[in-house]
Design a protein around this ligand. Structure first.
Ligand SMILES: [Ca+2]
Length: 492
């Protein structure tokens, strides 16, 4: 297998010379779920009660991105954008919860597999269409470039209940976008009688890393944790003790939880009850979230330890990112950003991100120019030496962010555009099931009117400049419409 030489990276990426016979880097993409912008200790706006020292290790060995955007404020479309390097609304006209993955759109896993990599996805998949088994659909990981898959397709999976036995006792194991029961494993299932999801996914990832090492092939592992998505209260006792909150009984099919349209004993009813504020009181809510996050961080520590113990850390590019902003319903903290998951306010789309690749990406670096999850694919491709010849890619290189780059978002009836320091949006609110948590910072407007913000001086989007700077409004709106005209029509 011959690899094309990577081009020396600019700026934060030093000019490391890679010999022709040197093995290309492994790539470990860690995607976490709904982590708040303030719940990441390497950032200056770090809230302080979030325990993330292992996430901070990636900041010490690599570079943090303080203005890292995802392409959507909810799981599925964001994951599709990250996976493809393209704004998923290019082919999803309604900019919906479930964009899916057309046959014509290539994924990062396909690029890397074709370049000779072992590829695996562990954890949450969730491309928004074709949930559950659907092994033959393109949305299933082994149908879009992953040699192996262990995880689940839905928006959420119970953190504790992974057995065939509980699945068989549940009237609606697939009755909602949240599921319980065995994990999907390639074109079959793997049942676990016990264990906690975040621990299981880490164990399986470490097993994969060590097993792959023996094969002497570079790997691309996507480890997509379901933490810290609700059901955030489901946490090992050790972590509940740290935050001094009581355990909440898990779902039991024998219980009579009857809610609205749900059948008695349904998992949907349990999931709905505990994914909104109310069943868990305001005070403990953030503590459960912090416990869930603490456990996630410990597991990321175990993963990084395993990379080091296996001698793989020096030649592995580790990318860490949350799929969207913190949720208004979990006690996540996005301060100083307004809004959160489900909206195009900064709190919904600006996320924790770090990239580590010792010797190539600057250690202890900090990139304050804005970047995007779209950039993961082209950046990895460049590192590996893959030539990309696709004019519809929206991603650019993380190594050299263009400060005047145009970024666009579409999310249902709302849209946003960023260029330079300004962001124009008609974002409103929102899609919650209940009132938001105390951590939530309400946006200044709930209308669909156009608002203009300088998100560098005013990241909290408190000061609407639309009346003061009409020429900027006009310029950004025109840029957004031109982008749509140029890029969306071919897919309609
Ligand atoms: Ca998410």
């Amino acid at each position: 297998m011959k690899y094309i030489l990577p081009i020396a990276f600019l700026f934060l990426f030093s000019c490391k010379t890679i010999q022709q016979d040197e093995r290309p880097p492994n790539v470990l993409l860690i995607v976490v779920d709904d982590q708040g912008y303030a719940d990441f200790s390497p950032f200056d706006n770090y809230e302080g009660s979030a325990h993330t020292p292992n996430m901070a290790r990636m900041a010490k060995t690599g570079t943090i991105y303080t203005q890292a955007y995802v392409t959507a404020p909810v799981c599925s479309p964001s994951r599709v954008g990250m996976l493809t390097g393209k704004n998923q609304f290019r082919w999803d006209g309604p900019a919906s919860w479930g964009p899916g993955l057309p046959d014509s759109v290539r994924t990062i896993a396909e690029y890397l597999r074709d370049a000779g990599y072992s590829t695996a996805r562990i954890g949450k998949n969730d491309l928004g269409r074709n949930f559950h088994k659907n092994y033959d659909k393109r949305e299933y990981p082994t149908r879009h470039g992953y040699d192996e898959f262990l995880g689940f397709n839905a928006h959420a999976h119970d953190f504790w209940l992974h057995s065939k036995a509980i699945q068989d006792r549940t009237p609606d194991p697939y009755g909602t976008s949240a599921v319980l029961g065995p994990l999907l494993h390639n074109e079959g299932e793997k049942s676990y009688e016990e264990g906690y999801m975040t621990d299981i996914l880490t164990d399986e990832a470490i097993s994969y890393l060590n097993g792959n090492k023996a094969e002497n092939k570079p790997f691309f592992l996507t480890l997509a944790y379901s933490a810290v998505h609700h059901l955030i209260h489901e946490v090992p006792q050790k972590y509940l003790d740290i935050y001094d909150v009581p355990p909440i009984p898990n779902y039991d099919p024998a219980d009579s939880l009857a809610y609205s349209h749900h059948p008695v004993g349904s998992y949907s009813a349990y999931y709905d009850k505990y994914s909104r504020l109310g069943a868990i009181e305001e005070g403990p809510l953030r503590k459960y979230y912090l416990a869930n996050l603490h456990c996630l961080d410990d597991n990321i520590g175990r993963l990084l330890d395993a990379l080091e113990a296996g001698g793989m850390d020096k030649n592995t590019m580790v990318i860490f990112i949350s799929d969207n902003g913190g949720s208004p319903l979990t006690g996540a903290d996005n301060a100083p950003l307004a809004g959160g998951k489900y909206s195009l306010w900064e709190g919904g789309i600006r996320v924790p991100m770090a990239v580590s690749w010792p010797g190539t990406i600057k250690a202890g670096g900090r990139e304050d120019r804005y970047v995007s999850a779209l950039d993961v694919l082209p950046t990895v491709a460049e590192a590996v030496g893959i030539a990309l010849n696709d004019p519809t890619l929206d991603g650019r290189l993380l190594s050299n962010p263009n400060p005047e780059r145009l970024l666009v978002w579409k999310w249902q009836k709302t849209w946003a555009v960023r260029q330079g320091d300004y962001k124009l949006t008609n974002s409103n609110e929102n899609h919650w099931k209940s009132r938001p948590s105390a951590q939530y910072i309400a946006p200044i407007s709930d209308s669909l009117n156009l608002k203009l913000f300088n998100v560098v001086d005013d990241p909290g989007e408190r000061n609407d400049l639309a009346e003061e700077l009409p020429e900027v409004v006009n310029r950004l709106e025109a840029a957004y419409l031109a982008w749509c005209t140029e890029n969306l029509e071919r897919y309609y």
